[in-house]
Design a protein around this ligand. Structure first.
Ligand SMILES: *Cc1c(COP(=O)(O)O)cnc(C)c1O
Length: 363
């Protein structure tokens, strides 16, 4: 079987795959209502929230767009922190819909600095919302949300969080840290195929929503909430992916959230130790390394494209390359969702054979 080790889509367990083979049901009928209510209750447990959690049929980016258009008006000031490709994307969405965006970017491979955020908020009291990436998948850095969230709330700003590749794998207590809108995606830590984005909405976010004037139709939180009260969604949902999510949530809750987080910590450490044992070095600041994706610096002699091809064709190991400016400079091992130490051991032993073939003979 292929060892799919990219940061999404992630492998799907057999029980979850089987759930997707079920016959269609009426999405306006009683069975779907029960399913949707169950899924929503379980999602709240994993989000660690009592707030609303809305399930929208879309890629994660749709959830990010929903977070912006449902809480802001054109001209609203937004502080957009970014530590990589996905932070830049969140920034771009806010700009596209006419927010007055102040970008606050940090060097790729580093985390966002809570003090810099504080200074930016002090400098412009008119800022309404702050965009933060919990886990930046392009650089393998997890922001220190325990430090950043209180700074945003010290200034009473709306906190919009891209937690797409972290939630369900890395502890993010949504209510405790006052995340107003928290976005995740089914194909990351949830062990489910792509198709759903799940979004929590706080009281504060609902207040902002009541005044938000950005144009929206498909992604309308009010519509999603009023339908959810009937156990439905405004538009036809990806029913099979909801079946899958329901089963995957049972697996997550059976393992226990704390155990899921601990497993990701162990697996990530195995990945980092394995990489170092091969004489390679890590791309991300070691203080903020991600527990869901490990980017590896490609030494000069190493042909990343050739490496990924050898791994894929001769070892059935699929890793990810670098994105944008990092293309050819790093490769990435995804380890979120359905993953254990054995999967990582398989990656490391395949690398041991493939690295010399792709030009890297050792440290
Ligand atoms: C994967 C990812 C996204 C984008 O998700 P899509 O489902 O591809 O739209 C956004 N942010 C982060 C941090 C991600 O890892």
């Amino acid at each position: 079987m292929t060892n799919l080790r990219i940061p999404g889509p992630t492998p799907v367990p057999d029980e979850v795959l089987k759930a997707m083979a079920m016959q269609m049901i009426n999405h306006r009928g009683p069975e779907f209502k029960e399913l949707m209510n169950d899924v929503t209750a379980k999602l709240k447990t994993v989000f660690q929230t009592k707030n609303d959690v809305l399930t929208l049929t879309a890629a994660g980016t749709g959830g990010l767009e929903a977070a912006i258009v449902n809480t802001l008006s054109p001209g609203d000031k937004v502080l957009a922190t970014s530590i990589g490709v996905f932070g830049d994307r969140f920034t771009k969405i806010a700009q596209t819909y006419g927010a007055d965006v102040t970008p606050l970017t940090f060097e790729w491979g580093k985390a966002a600095d809570a003090d810099a955020i504080r200074k930016a908020l002090q400098a412009d009291p008119k800022i309404k919302a702050v965009l933060v990436t919990q886990n930046e998948t392009s650089t393998g850095v997890t922001n220190d949300m325990a430090a950043i969230c209180p700074v945003v709330k010290e200034f009473d700003k709306l906190l919009l969080v891209d937690a797409i590749s972290g939630l369900g794998a890395i502890d993010l207590p949504v209510d405790k840290w006052h995340c107003d809108v928290t976005v995740t995606g089914s194909q990351k830590a949830w062990m489910v195929p792509p198709g759903l984005t799940m979004v929590s909405v706080s009281e504060e976010a609902w207040k902002a929503h009541a005044e938000a004037k950005m144009p929206r139709f498909y992604f309308d939180f009010s519509k999603a909430k009023s339908y959810l009260e009937k156990g439905q969604t405004p538009w036809t949902p990806a029913v099979s992916i909801v079946f899958a999510l329901n089963v995957a949530l049972d697996m997550i809750l059976k393992e226990g959230l704390a155990n899921v987080f601990a497993r990701h910590i162990r697996v990530a450490k195995a990945a980092r130790d394995g990489i170092k044992s091969l004489g390679l070095s890590l791309f991300a600041d070691e203080r903020y390394v991600s527990e869901t994706v490990t980017p590896v610096v490609a030494p000069d002699r190493l042909d990343v494209k050739a490496l990924l091809k050898i791994l894929r064709e001769e070892h059935q190991v699929v890793l990810a390359g670098g994105q944008q400016d990092l293309s050819g400079k790093i490769f990435r091992i995804g380890h979120l969702g359905w993953v254990n130490e054995k999967d990582i051991a398989g990656v490391i032993s395949a690398l041991k054979v493939a690295l010399p073939q792709a030009g890297f003979a050792g440290g």
